[in-house]
Design a binder for this molecule. Structure first.
Ligand code: DLL
Length: 432
């Protein structure tokens, strides 16, 4: 099922033409209205009317999170505040938050793109959609809310938190679709079982999860526990919010809404494009945003593009699930490690619970990582020998897959923090 078949299944030639037309007007607009871009383009001698191919396009400067922060709060807006009908801000996990704005038309397009992604994930106007993302400056709650309304679904705007109430509402209102972060979906699932609720008595069919990295093993676990089809969707506030990309029911990569976003994947160190299909940093240029367009925005998210045709018929390129952010990547004794790699390994080991935390410390200039992992009661209260066998097994698996040795500590069920929004799995005590 498509939301806008004509766009979603456009031929690649048609799409490229469409993208460059939109790009031209975006470039002209930022050149005219945003001093930051005007200065950068003029310094590089860029004529915005002359950008006709990808090679021309690559002459444009990148925009970084620091550029956004330096222009806090409204310096990069391309319209006057009179035209702005909504303001959001990024969570600011890595420093000062960045502020973004939307015109009425931006909101219209945003809602439409979210409706598209929801449709691709199986949701229709007949569904009852429970939105358990936070409502507020974070784009998750409102972004999905407007998209679900645009789709015509019945929206339950419960916001995040109060898990038992979420579940009661799910039972009473016969929710068919759950929308939140994957880590909150796990917490909801665990709580359902703890409350002794028969999962088959619920009406859940679909889950749309995003806003943080998660592994395929975690998807399997959520799907099995909640008996739903779970899809991944991706976005970031600097670019729009949710609705940038989302999986179809094939669940094999997220289709990027390329009629509104022009994407590239670069090597974060040289800033050169990666070879086709290789992993690198995703860079996004908005093609239709009015209030807050961004040119070649470096997302810091690591992914790769999948250009093989998708059986669903959509022609938009797919991005693989985001492995993590360049700034989440841990460098432990010189080896690059992503929390999501550790997650996948833990999920595959019998007896471990899908809850873990990674603590990184530095002793005498040597990095030491400890993975705390919850284990089932049976194992935790088992004899020492069995416990140390378990530790040995986890260490061995982690060492062979990551290439470094890490400490492992088993902890009792429910000792690690649970998350209602984005999970924080890494505690870095190195003060780097
Ligand atoms: O998280 C927007 C969003 C809301 C997306 C709801 C999907 C659903 P920010 O708070 O600005 O916006 O955080 C953006 O979150 O750069 C990624 O690092 C991460 N992220 C978002 N979606 C995914 C995903 C929202 N599906 C940052 N997989 C991004 C992995 C994701 N990481």
């Amino acid at each position: 099922m498509y939301w806008e078949k004509e766009n979603e299944c456009m031929s690649r030639d048609e799409l490229e033409q469409f993208q460059f037309e939109k790009l031209e007007s975006t470039l002209n607009r930022v050149h005219m209205n945003v001093p930051f871009y005007r200065k950068k383009f003029d310094e590089l001698g860029i004529d915005t009317d002359e950008i006709r191919t990808m090679d021309d396009f690559r002459k444009l400067p990148f925009t970084t999170k620091d550029d956004l922060r330096d222009n806090y709060p409204y310096g990069l807006f391309a319209v006057s505040l009179r035209e702005v009908v909504r303001i959001h801000a990024s969570s600011g996990t890595t420093g000062m938050s960045t502020v973004v704005g939307y015109t009425r038309n931006d909101i219209k397009i945003w809602s439409n793109l979210v409706a598209r992604i929801m449709t691709a994930g199986g949701v229709t106007r007949d569904d009852l959609v429970q939105i358990a993302f936070g409502y507020g400056l974070f784009t998750g709650g409102f972004g999905l809310h407007y998209g679900a309304e645009r789709l015509g679904a019945s929206v339950i705007p419960i916001s995040s938190g109060n898990t038992k109430r979420q579940i009661r509402i799910m039972q009473d209102f016969r929710t068919t679709t759950l929308i939140c972060t994957p880590s909150y979906a796990m917490l909801i699932a665990d709580t359902i079982y703890e409350m002794g609720i028969n999962i088959n008595a619920l009406s859940l069919k679909y889950g749309l999860f995003g806003a943080e990295p998660w592994s395929e093993s975690m998807r399997q676990e959520i799907q099995e526990k909640l008996r739903i089809v779970a899809t991944d969707n991706y976005g970031l506030s600097e670019v729009m919010g949710p609705g940038v990309a989302g999986e179809c029911l094939e669940r094999n990569g997220l289709h990027i809404n390329e009629d509104h976003f022009l994407v590239e994947v670069i090597k974060p160190d040289t800033l050169e494009p990666v070879a086709p299909g290789e992993v690198g940093e995703l860079v996004v240029t908005t093609l239709t945003k009015e209030a807050f367009p961004v040119i070649r925005f470096r997302t810091r998210d690591l992914t790769r593009l999948i250009t093989e045709p998708c059986p669903c018929g959509r022609t938009f390129v797919r991005m693989s699930r985001v492995m993590g952010r360049t700034d989440d990547m841990l460098i432990i004794r010189g080896v690059n490690v992503f929390p999501s790699q550790i997650e996948s390994i833990l999920f595959d080991i019998e007896g471990t619970e899908p809850h873990y935390q990674i603590v990184v410390e530095r002793d005498d200039a040597l990095d030491r990582a400890t993975v705390l992992v919850e284990v089932s009661e049976a194992i935790f209260f088992d004899e020492m020998k069995k416990q140390s066998e378990m530790v040995g097994l986890i260490r061995k698996r982690l060492a062979s897959e990551l290439g470094i040795s890490v400490e492992v500590r088993l902890v009792e069920k429910k000792t690690l923090e649970r998350f209602e929004g984005k999970a924080k799995r890494v505690i870095d005590k190195r003060n780097l």
